[in-house]
Design a protein around this ligand. Structure first.
Ligand SMILES: C[S@@+](CC[C@H](N)C(=O)[O-])C[C@H]1O[C@@H](n2cnc3c(N)ncnc32)[C@H](O)[C@@H]1O
Ligand SMILES: [Zn+2]
Length: 282
């Protein structure tokens, strides 16, 4: 018996394009198909696999995505989510579209959609475990596998907001998919972010001080700054939360959870310090 398209995906078909030939995609059983016959499976977990036949350059493994899911559900990053929602809310019309690139588990996308009752949100990521969570993160959210470093499988000028929270960036593609009235919202850490973890846990990746300059250089040809918020606060951490916070960073691959917990290296409080900027397309 044919499996029908998940109703949750139906409202997103106008945004999507075949990654191979750039034509529109249509539902075909439990897949999306373009007129030339390129076919993309809809996973049982609700996301669409558009990144087929190629290995992604980077992305979270299942253990990292699970740690991220657990940590974000504690609400410790709630103030970041609120800032993202504030910056996004001003720029989205009633029936607007939000695209979250490197969406992870969809935590920030869901936070923005909560503030925008008529909007829909599409998450892109290479991590299938993370996208399972995104597909469930909000009733008006959908998720597709994609590598940010390749041309996006999206039509031109379809997004009111592009979100990029702690994720890799592709400025020219952000610009192409945004409407001229849209906004790009970028969140990145300052040098003080999680300083206590960086001080105590060996191998936790340090933040390059030239990062802000590199961001500005990469975005300037396509965007100008509209407004920036600095979010900085101290938050207490349980041992499990500290382990998850380490576990969701790339350094997790070099560390052993048990060793970390036993060696008394985990702080019971950390500084959260990030910048969130809304940019206007040039
Ligand atoms: C630090 S996490 C941030 C996730 C989410 N925005 C959040 O803040 O919770 C970085 C995310 O980017 C994804 N990612 C890494 N490389 C990517 C790539 N080349 N294309 C798309 N996503 C990528 C990872 O899988 C991960 O979900
Ligand atoms: Zn095609």
């Amino acid at each position: 018996m044919p499996v029908s398209l998940s109703p949750a995906l139906e409202p997103f078909l106008d945004l999507l394009r075949c990654p191979t030939c750039r034509t529109a995609l249509h539902p075909d059983h439990a897949a999306l198909r373009c007129p030339a016959g390129h076919t993309f499976d809809i996973a049982r977990h609700g996301y669409v696999s558009l990144l087929t036949g190629t290995r992604a350059t980077s992305g979270d493994d299942a253990a990292m995505a699970r740690a991220r899911d657990r940590f974000l559900s504690t609400g410790r990053y709630g103030p970041i989510r609120q800032a993202v929602a504030r910056l996004a809310a001003g720029a989205v019309p009633e029936q607007g579209t939000v695209v979250d690139v490197g969406c992870g588990t969809g935590y920030y996308l869901a936070g923005v959609l909560d503030q925008l009752p008529g909007a829909r949100g599409l998450g892109l990521d290479t991590s299938v475990r993370a996208l399972r969570s995104t597909a469930r993160a909000h009733a008006r959210a959908a998720a597709v596998t994609w590598d940010v470093f390749r041309p996006f499988p999206l039509a031109d000028g379809i997004a009111d907001i592009v979100l990029d929270v702690f994720a890799p960036r592709n400025p020219s593609e952000f610009h192409r998919v945004l409407r001229p009235t849209g906004r790009l919202v970028v969140v990145r850490p300052t040098g003080r972010h999680l300083a206590e973890l960086r001080g105590q846990v060996p191998a936790v990746v340090t933040i390059d001080p030239a990062k802000e300059q590199r961001l500005s250089k990469a975005l300037t040809p396509f965007f100008e700054t509209s407004s920036t918020e600095q979010i900085e606060y101290a938050t207490p951490l349980t041992r499990t939360e500290a382990l998850d916070l380490v576990g969701m960073t790339p350094s997790a691959r070099h560390l052993n959870r048990a060793d970390l917990a036993e060696n008394g290296l985990l702080p019971d409080q950390v500084t959260v310090s990030v910048l969130a900027t809304a940019y206007r397309p040039r």
